[in-house]
Design a protein around this ligand. Structure first.
Ligand SMILES: [Zn+2]
Length: 288
């Protein structure tokens, strides 16, 4: 994937060169060999650097928001070369909604990824066990749903390690990924993710099912209108967060069949996350 970065750099460099040559030949043609006026001078000398700066800013912007695929420790979306998406659920487990969601996923034969809050996992180990037993994957969503940037390095490590420990005690294995609350990460989290070989997985399409007024049909309409190949779709299977105690996720549960059927109608397959992220290692199964 590094070739993409190289290609982008090469493209912007050639654009820069092209603009420089073009500007000098334009001025040469116009016989403006030695610019005299202030304005002329400015235009003569400023054009190429301005274009260069714009190109660099554009690149930086692209890097920050989309990435070049060189960051193997961070994923925002999957392979977009075939019609497939992946489902992810944050904030659980919940003995009510996670269980209901598992029933729906089971019914349609879909494998998803659940990013667990450590303290919730501690409270509902049976649900954690069921998630794994039914073939889904687990991720680390911190121990008490902290904002990464607002805690000390020591607390951040504790949040990640405690959650790893809780999940490992229940399931015998470490969660595969890390997803920080609100998708906000920093260098410290990236270092921890590398240390534990748990890539950071964000999302490219939020169902926005956490909105108080979200209904099953509004959630489904949003997802179905915005979906594109390679999307990692974010849902929430628990509303039991500290500042939002016990919010219902029934709308998410009810939206799922609509979304699954709608996606199938559009020709999308709903694949396990590894098949979306690493299609060369795990080729998607052929459609039935
Ligand atoms: Zn969350």
């Amino acid at each position: 994937m590094a070739y993409k970065l190289l290609l982008q750099l090469l493209a912007s460099y050639s654009l820069f060169l092209f603009m420089a040559i073009a500007s000098s030949s334009v001025f040469h043609y116009l016989n403006v060999t030695a610019p005299t006026g202030r304005m002329q001078k400015w235009i003569h000398y400023a054009w190429p650097p301005v274009i260069g700066v714009v190109a660099i800013l554009g690149l930086a912007n692209y890097y920050v928001y989309i990435g070049f695929g060189t960051q193997q420790d961070l994923y925002r979306r999957g392979n977009d070369s075939f019609m497939a998406v992946s489902f992810t659920f944050d904030d659980g487990p919940s003995p009510i909604y996670t269980e209901a969601i598992l029933d729906v996923l089971n019914q349609y034969g879909i494998t998803a990824t659940f990013f667990l809050v450590g303290t919730h996992a501690e409270h509902f180990p049976e649900t954690v066990g069921r998630i794994l037993a039914e073939g889904h994957e687990l991720g680390n969503h911190t121990y008490s749903h902290i904002m990464v940037s607002q805690v000390s390095a020591r607390m951040l490590r504790d949040q990640i390690e405690r959650t790893n420990r809780v999940i490992q005690e229940i399931t015998g294995e470490l969660p595969k990924y890390i997803r920080p609350p609100r998708g906000l990460y920093d260098r410290r989290l990236k270092a921890l993710a590398q240390e534990y070989e748990q890539p950071i997985v964000l999302w490219s399409l939020s169902a926005q099912d956490w909105r108080p007024k979200a209904t099953a049909s509004s959630i489904a309409a949003r997802v179905l209108s915005k979906v594109s190949p390679g999307d990692i779709i974010l849902f929430h299977d628990s509303g039991a967060l500290f500042r939002n105690t016990g919010a219902s996720r029934q709308a998410t549960v009810d939206a799922l069949p609509l979304i699954i059927e709608g996606l199938h109608e559009k020709g999308f397959r709903i694949l396990p996350l590894p098949q979306l992220l690493f299609p060369h290692d795990a080729l998607p199964p052929s459609t039935e």
